[in-house]
Design a protein around this ligand. Sequence first.
Ligand SMILES: NC(=O)c1ccc[n+]([C@@H]2O[C@H](COP(=O)([O-])OP(=O)(O)OC[C@H]3O[C@@H](n4cnc5c(N)ncnc54)[C@H](O)[C@@H]3O)[C@@H](O)[C@H]2O)c1
Length: 248
Amino acid sequence: MQFQDRVAIVTGAARGLGAATAHELSRQGARVVICDIDGALAEGVADDIRKEGRDALALRVDVSKIPELDALVKAAVDRYGRLDILVNNAAICPRIPVDDMTEEKFDQIVAINLKSVFFLSRAAGNAMKPGKWGRIVNVSSVGGRTGGIYASTVYAATKAGVMSMTKAFARHFAPHGIIVNCVAPGSVDTRLMADLSPESLQGTIEGVPLKRLADPLEIARVIAFLSSDGASYMTGAILDVNGGAMMP
Ligand SMILES: NC(=O)c1ccc[n+]([C@@H]2O[C@H](COP(=O)([O-])OP(=O)(O)OC[C@H]3O[C@@H](n4cnc5c(N)ncnc54)[C@H](O)[C@@H]3O)[C@@H](O)[C@H]2O)c1
């Protein structure tokens, strides 16, 4: 129960890696604010946690809308009196070949995957300052290192941006006891992988020395570590959790 007195926000927590992270932080004692653009699904995750006898709050939030991010932080602090942990997890990865990319789609991917990380980290970090302790964990991707392989050029660029922002925010918030780190997963068994062709999926798995996709919980456990006291001398770090698919 290492997060007994802690309050956490997890974005994109209605399913996949975000839901696994919300469950893991909650199991270890945190009160978790589950936010997602799919409010009904987010409520379902919160219900599951409450059924296990713990507190959770679900909020419908579009992370690409900056006023909604400020309102999210305020709602967490109003409800629980503090904020300690932020997991910037929400993202989209539409598979769009270079020649089919539109300006509108480009802007949407950047707004959800990257702009949100800047504005929510700023708002949440400022709310963590009174406690002189904080953890921000950004979810990037192996694609941020490789440039993205399966029609995900813009997605991959946002994930490289997330790595860069991790380092900048690590310096920015260090004087306040707030550490900022990043996890770069390889291929995880979630909806995000569902639109890969069977051949691409097979090729991906063959390229992983461990010969399988990650279970979301295997990434969530690393996020929980980066959210813990155990990570106290790490900041600005990027942890590659990819079954050996890419060893930088
Ligand atoms: N699945 C993988 O193979 C993989 C690999 C590397 C990195 N990642 C990263 O892991 C994170 C989680 O992805 P996942 O695999 O669980 O995908 P997912 O599609 O299952 O979950 C993403 C969640 O984000 C939510 N979301 C989308 N747009 C939103 C918005 N505007 N506002 C709020 N919520 C929004 C979705 O509703 C969904 O619940 C992402 O940052 C993704 O880039 C995933």
